[in-house]
Design a protein around this ligand. Structure first.
Ligand code: UN1
Length: 506
């Protein structure tokens, strides 16, 4: 519950282990009550962003030469600090991004899991031994870090998503410049404070604050080898375009979704309803993996709609610090306006609007960004924008389908392909959807949210560019090298290539 007001955090950049530039160029506010300032922050200049990259570059050789196991052990210390601070981190996150404190706690635990995974990975094999045609040759596949990784992250998972990127990058020997979302800089800064307290050497984790132009300064810096980004398609696309002119730039981008839950007529009904509600409305629909389409087989359709009519009004949207609430506000006014525009579009495109969705002005004197859910039924048609465009809020379409082939066609008729869920008791149907749908994370008899860190997290089409994060990020932040050693006293070549130099043998 709410307690005494917390003084605003004084934001700083962290460059080469020093806290600098305590300017108040912008502030972050509590989306539950916009009058509450969570902190004030400097917006990094291009020069400061370049300094942060230079610090990371300078720290790279020593960090790369540090034993992988010693690098991993820094994460053990970080894990202890995250455990120590779980509750304060969760409360700060609830105040800054408006997610319910129970969800924030789960996110801190998700970040902790990434840290523990990275720590454990330090002692696991990190390459391969492969055979050679030549008996005297040993051949290895070894990974090398790229160098400097820019980590540009969203507000909706301000703790776990940065750790999905910072963790594998640092373990593999890269150094980082981290730019948290301008909506959640306080959580980002707190995370960097913990890295420093855990003993990560100066320059290995640098922090810059600010919005798009600051991110662009990092992306334009040729000394950045890898950009890890989660956010909108438009920004991810721009990062890829800028990066295309650099010779060996890697971009790992995760860029939103138009996710679907598919409810088959053999589904366990209550499970299907819970999966639909959690997918659509947990985190107020503001996960990239949130579902804005629930496809329901015709014979269950009316019953499913009826249950939504009963359950949705009971979902309590309110104070993020009250753990009994189901979910909190949207992140900011711009998000409210965007979702309201899609709600209005739904009233034009839908068959029947069940709940129109609207501002909840009775909470916190109307100073927050609260919206009630928008739920509507709509028959699939390819030109309905509400079935194609990402909304990122409590807004869901209930769409009937007849055959499994129809469901796949509808589910795949979106530009995105991030997550999906199928609710069925039939393993053949499950397999059909597994193989035919476009997605990066697929679930059976579960919501389409709730990934765990030891799996890759990414998508296809506009959702991702084939470099998943979390456990999958190792592929983006390292390059594989082939390392071949001859143990013989003379050279023997593969493919039958002769070593005869002509004339007298050397
Ligand atoms: C996001 O969707 O923005 O899979 C991240 C989940 C969480 C992470 C979501 N583990 O729901």
């Amino acid at each position: 519950m709410r307690t005494a007001p917390v003084p605003p955090m004084q934001g700083r950049l962290s460059i080469d282990g020093e806290w600098v530039s305590p300017r108040a160029d912008f502030s972050s506010s509590n989306p539950a009550d916009l009058a509450e300032v969570v902190g004030t922050f400097p917006s990094a200049t291009t020069g400061e962003a370049d300094q942060a990259v230079a610090a990371a570059r300078a720290a790279f050789p020593a960090w790369r030469r540090t034993s992988r196991i010693l690098r991993a052990e820094c994460f053990d210390r970080l894990a202890q600090l995250i455990k120590r601070d779980t509750d304060t981190l969760a409360r700060l996150m609830a105040r800054e991004c408006g997610k319910n404190v129970t969800e924030c706690r789960a996110e801190v635990v998700e970040g902790l899991h990434m840290v523990q995974y990275v720590f454990g990975s330090g002692r696991t094999p990190c390459g391969e031994i492969v055979a050679s045609e030549i008996a005297e040759k040993d051949a290895f596949v070894r990974r090398k870090p790229w160098g400097v990784v820019a980590v540009i992250t969203p507000w909706n998972f301000p703790f776990a998503v940065p750790l999905w990127m910072l963790g594998p990058s640092l373990l593999e020997g890269n150094t980082c410049v981290f730019k948290p979302s301008e909506d959640t800089p306080a959580v980002g800064q707190r995370l960097v404070e913990l890295f420093i307290e855990a003993g990560f050497p100066a320059g290995t984790v640098n922090l810059v604050h600010g919005d798009g132009p600051v991110g662009e300064s990092l992306v334009r810096n040729p000394s950045v080898n890898v950009v890890c980004f989660t956010g909108s398609y438009e920004v991810g696309r721009r990062i890829q375009e800028i990066s295309a002119s650099l010779p060996d730039r890697i971009v790992a981008a995760e860029m939103g979704g138009k996710n679907a839950v598919i409810v088959c007529d053999d589904a366990r009904f209550d499970l299907a309803v819970t999966a639909g509600i959690l997918s659509a409305f947990k985190t107020t629909g503001q996960r990239c993996v949130s579902a804005s389409r629930i496809l329901i087989q015709e014979s269950l359709y009316d019953r499913y709609i009826q249950r939504f009519r009963e359950v949705v009004p009971r979902l309590r949207f309110g104070d993020p610090l009250d753990p009994s609430n189901f979910a909190g506000p949207l992140i900011n006014r711009a998000a409210v306006e965007k979702v309201l525009r899609y709600n209005a579009l739904a009233t034009e495109e839908a068959t029947d609007v069940i709940f129109p969705g609207g501002e909840l002005t009775s909470i916190h004197g109307g100073r927050g960004c609260y919206l009630s859910p928008c739920v509507y039924t709509i028959a699939y048609r390819p030109d309905a924008r509400v079935l194609r465009e990402e909304v990122f809020g409590p807004h869901v379409a209930l769409v009937p389908f007849q055959t499994d082939e129809d469901a796949v066609r509808i589910a795949n008729d979106a530009d995105y392909g991030l997550s999906m869920a199928v609710i069925t008791e039939n393993y053949r149907r499950m397999r059909f959807f597994r193989d035919e749908c476009d997605y990066g994370m697929g679930y059976v008899n579960l919501p389409c949210i709730g990934a765990e860190v030891h799996l890759p997290f990414g998508g296809v089409k506009k959702s991702g560019n084939g470099h998943p994060s979390a456990a999958g990020l190792i592929e983006a932040v390292t390059h594989k090298t082939a390392w071949t050693v001859n143990h013989g006293t003379e050279i023997k070549m593969a493919q039958g290539l002769t070593t005869d130099l002509g004339g007298e043998a050397a």
